[in-house]
Write a protein that binds this ligand. Structure first.
Ligand SMILES: Cc1cc2nc3c(=O)[nH]c(=O)nc-3n(C[C@H](O)[C@H](O)[C@H](O)COP(=O)(O)O)c2cc1C
Length: 329
C-alpha cells in the first residue's frame, strides 16, 4: 500500500508473526524511469525472511519490460502488475485501474511481459473500471497468458474503497481462472478469513487495511486454522504498536519536524482508529503534536481489555457491491 506498507511496517508485522509474503508499494513505470530507489532499498534490505513480490504500474510497454528485467536481478520472488489503482493521478495516465477500460492494451502488456518475466508473474486487478462487463474477458486473457496467480479486489475502480467488496464475484473468478486466485477486500475478521481459506476455491488472501489496523491478524488467522481461539491484543499492546509506528515511520530524506511526523503516522491511525472506535478516530485526527497524541492514546488504550479491532460494517455501495463477505461480527 502506497506510503503505508514499507520495510519498516513489514518488520512491525513480523514482530507479531507476520504474513506469508509481502508486496512492495507499486513502482511507477514510465519512459526512462528507474526502479524507485526507496523501494529498491527495501527489496535489498528485506530481512523479514518472507518472499517479497515487486509490484509495477505503468502502460509504456518497453519501459515495463525494462523494469521487469531489472527487477529480476534483485531478490524478488515475483513481479505483480497493478491493474487496480483507482487514484486519479494514476488513472488519468491510463495506468493501474484505468487499464481495465482497455482489455486490448492489457493483452498487449501481458503479451510483452509474460515472455520477459522468468520468475512468477501475477496481476492484481479489480472487477472492472465502471462496471464488471469486461471481467470475464479479462479473466480469459489472464488464462491465455499463463499467469502464476491473480489477485482480485472485489470492487470496480469507480467504487474506490467505498461500500463492501463483492466476494461472490471473487469466488466466481476463482472458478474461471486456471491459476491460483487470491481474494482481496475488507478482510478484518480472523474467523471469516479462516473460513474462506478452508471452504472456498481461493488459494489465499491479500490483506491491506485490516493488517494495518490489526497487525496480529495473520497470527490470529493461523490460530483459527489450528482450531484455537484467536488471541486478541489488549489496549496496552495496541498502544505499544502505535509507539513502534511512531518510532519507525519512514519520513523520507528530509526531517520536516514534529507536525509532519504526526501527520505521517495519521495515515496509519486512520485505519487503526476505525477498529478502536469513532471517538478515538475523531480525537487522533485532530491531534497536532506528540503530547496530544500520547494523551489520547493513554485515555483510550491504557487498559488490558481485549481489542477485536474490527471496523463497523459499511452499507453496500449500490447493486454492484452486494454484502457478500460472510463476516461474523
Ligand atoms: C492507502 C492505500 C494505498 C494502496 N496502495 C496500493 C498499491 O500500491 N498497490 C496495490 O495493489 N494496492 C494498493 N492499495 C489497495 C489495497 O492493496 C487493497 O486492494 C484494498 O485496500 C482492499 O483491500 P483491504 O480491504 O484488505 O485493504 C492501496 C490501498 C490504500 C487504502
Amino acid at each position: 500500500m502506497q506510503d503505508v506498507t514499507d520495510l519498516a511496517f513489514w518488520r512491525l508485522l513480523e514482530r507479531r508473526a507476520g504474513a506469508d509474503c509481502y508486496l512492495t508499494e507499486y513502482i511507477r513505470v514510465y519512459p526512462h524511469s528507474r526502479i524507485d530507489p526507496h523501494i529498491e532499498r527495501q527489496i535489498l534490505q528485506n530481512d523479514t525472511g518472507r518472499p517479497l513480490v515487486a509490484q509495477i504500474a505503468g502502460e509504456d510497454i518497453p519501459s515495463l519490460v525494462k523494469i521487469a528485467q531489472e527487477l529480476q536481478r534483485l531478490p524478488v520472488a515475483g513481479i505483480d502488475l497493478n491493474l487496480g489503482c483507482p487514484a486519479q493521478v494514476v488513472c488519468r495516465k491510463n495506468v493501474g485501474g484505468a487499464l481495465l477500460k482497455d482489455p486490448a492494451k492489457v493483452e498487449e502488456i501481458l503479451g510483452a511481459l509474460r515472455p520477459a518475466i522468468k520468475i512468477p508473474f501475477s496481476v492484481k486487478c479489480r472487477l472492472g473500471y465502471a462496471d464488471s462487463s469486461s471481467f470475464e474477458h479479462l479473466l480469459e486473457l489472464f488464462n491465455q497468458y499463463r499467469l502464476d496467480w491473480v489477485t482480485i479486489h472485489g470492487r470496480t475502480v469507480r467504487q474506490g474503497y467505498g461500500g463492501q467488496a463483492n466476494w461472490d464475484a471473487i469466488m466466481q473468478a476463482a472458478r474461471l481462472l486456471n491459476c491460483p486466485t487470491i481474494g482481496n477486500g475488507d478482510i478484518s475478521c480472523p474467523q471469516t478469513a479462516a473460513r474462506i481459506l478452508t471452504d472456498s476455491p481461493l488459494a489465499g488472501l491479500m490483506i491491506g487495511r485490516g493488517a494495518v489496523r490489526n497487525p496480529w491478524l495473520f497470527s490470529q488467522i493461523r490460530q483459527v486454522l489450528e482450531g484455537k481461539e484467536p488471541l486478541l491484543p489488549t489496549g496496552r499492546q495496541l498502544m505499544e504498536y502505535l509507539r513502534e509506528l511512531r518510532q519507525v515511520t519512514d519520513l523520507g530524506p528530509l526531517s520536516r519536524g514534529e507536525r509532519f511526523h504526526v501527520e505521517r503516522v495519521k495515515k496509519f491511525l486512520n485505519f487503526i482508529g476505525e477498529g478502536v472506535g469513532a471517538d478515538f478516530l475523531h480525537a487522533v485526527r485532530r491531534a497536532s503534536s506528540w503530547s496530544q497524541m500520547e494523551s489520547i492514546w493513554a485515555r483510550f488504550l491504557d487498559h488490558d481489555r481485549p481489542m477485536p479491532l474490527i471496523p463497523p460494517r459499511k452499507p453496500p455501495a449500490g447493486e454492484n457491491s452486494p454484502a457478500t463477505l460472510p463476516e461474523k461480527h
